[in-house]
Design a protein around this ligand. Structure first.
Ligand SMILES: Cc1ncc(COP(=O)(O)O)c(C=O)c1O
Length: 398
């Protein structure tokens, strides 16, 4: 649980990531310490009672109060422009908290078709078991969202840009539709991070992060968070986390805090390298019309990306001729690493159809826009010539 400390609102994102919530202990340390303790001690039974009753502030137990985790929450809330953040053990734990915290049996939620595979599996396989109705719609077609609304619709859930299709939603437009109907909007902002897109400023109620990705940025730890208003986080989500326990470990929070200190610098370089790679790939005659990157004028939503995002991100996708060719291309890469993660300092390659989206039915995969030939590149921080050389050599071998 974060207690959002005041900080100068004129601070920019780089300063927020470095300075919000700084409060050295009596040891006068400069870098925030890790509070690796399961519980906290009380001076008396009466104090224990008061802290448990929340009539006195204080840490109790690291499932729901830990100073290192709190600092991570404060900095992320400040970056996303939300009043409060709730840290979780992973991005999927954050998404689960949103669904379970906001929805009850009989409620209805609209989820975009193009979302991360596990999110899709929750929408299809888990929520209906608890009596929650789910409609799936195209991310970029506001009319479909409007038409999916029923009297029981409580939530729109979407990911923009979507993993791995890089399709986008017009956030102000969708949020206005939701607001007109008293529906909450939750946005998975993993591909952008708050450096490149702040959905709350564009009208969303909640933002979800998989901190595993760019916030860490070096492929070390799992983590996640939900950011939103004090009321939503504290009344709907915090009790769910406190009682069910998918909490962020203080060690992981400390790693994430260190990662976030350089987030703005890394995102700049990810974006620059990704644009260079996308332009390079687009020049290859084999890939004409088959490279997707929001920063390319050929992306059908390039103008929207330019309006809504402060940079085009680090993910580039290309379309090859089916699974065999996609896998041959991936196997032909010598430097770029094959892994299911993204947002790492190293350039990573993934074949979504057989990995991150491999458990979807072929029909659901097609609906999510994940073809067998799709290859996802998470462009890292290496010298861009080394990335393009590796890609070029593997393309030549096809
Ligand atoms: C867009 C998106 N959201 C959520 C997640 C889930 O995050 P985590 O792996 O931290 O649970 C991922 C993971 O790849 C993702 O790409």
């Amino acid at each position: 649980m974060s207690k959002n400390q005041p900080f100068p609102l004129e601070w920019g994102p780089a300063t927020r990531a470095l300075r919000v919530g700084d409060r050295p202990t009596g040891e006068r340390e400069n870098s925030a310490p890790i509070f690796l303790t399961s519980s906290f001690i009380f001076e008396s039974a009466a104090q224990a009672q008061a802290v448990f009753a929340e009539t006195e502030d204080g840490n109790v137990y690291s499932r729901f109060t830990n100073p290192t985790v709190t600092l991570f929450e404060e900095r992320l809330a400040a970056l996303e422009g939300g009043e409060r953040a709730l840290a979780t053990a992973s991005g999927m734990a954050a998404i689960t908290m949103v669904f379970l915290g906001l929805l009850s049996a009989g409620d209805h939620v609209v989820v975009s078709r193009g979302v991360f595979g596990s999110t899709s599996n929750i929408a299809k396989g888990i929520l209906p078991r608890f009596g929650i109705q789910v409609s799936r719609v195209d991310l970029s077609d506001p009319e479909q969202w409007r038409q999916a609304i029923t009297p029981r619709t409580r939530l729109f859930f979407l990911e923009t840009p979507a993993n791995p299709t890089l399709e986008m939603a017009n956030l102000p437009e969708l949020c206005a539709i939701a607001r007109d109907h008293g529906i909450l909007v939750a946005v998975d902002n993993v591909f952008c991070t708050p450096i490149l897109q702040r959905p709350i400023e564009l009208g969303a109620d909640l933002v979800v992060q998989s901190a595993t990705k760019y916030l860490d940025g070096q492929g070390r730890v799992l983590g996640g968070a939900v950011v939103g208003s004090e009321r939503l986080i504290m009344t709907q989500l915090y009790p769910m986390l406190r009682n069910t326990g998918p909490s962020l470990s203080p060690f992981n929070a400390w790693i994430l805090l260190k990662g976030m200190e350089t987030l703005h610098l890394r995102m700049e370089r990810h974006c620059r390298n990704a644009l260079d790679v996308a332009r390079f790939l687009e020049q290859n005659s084999r890939l004409a019309g088959r490279v997707r990157y929001p920063g390319l004028p050929s992306h059908p939503q390039h103008q929207l990306a330019a309006r809504q995002m402060q940079g085009f991100g680090g993910l580039v996708c290309l379309e090859l001729d089916g699974k065999a060719q996609a896998q041959r291309f991936i196997d032909g890469l010598e430097m770029i690493t094959i892994t299911a993660n993204l947002g790492d300092s190293r350039t990573l390659v993934t074949h979504p159809a057989t990995t991150t989206h491999g458990r979807l039915t072929p029909e659901d995969r097609a609906a999510a826009g994940v073809s067998d030939g799709l290859v996802r590149l998470s462009i890292g921080l290496e010298d861009v010539e080394d990335i393009t050389r590796d890609l070029q050599r593997s393309l030549e071998r096809l």
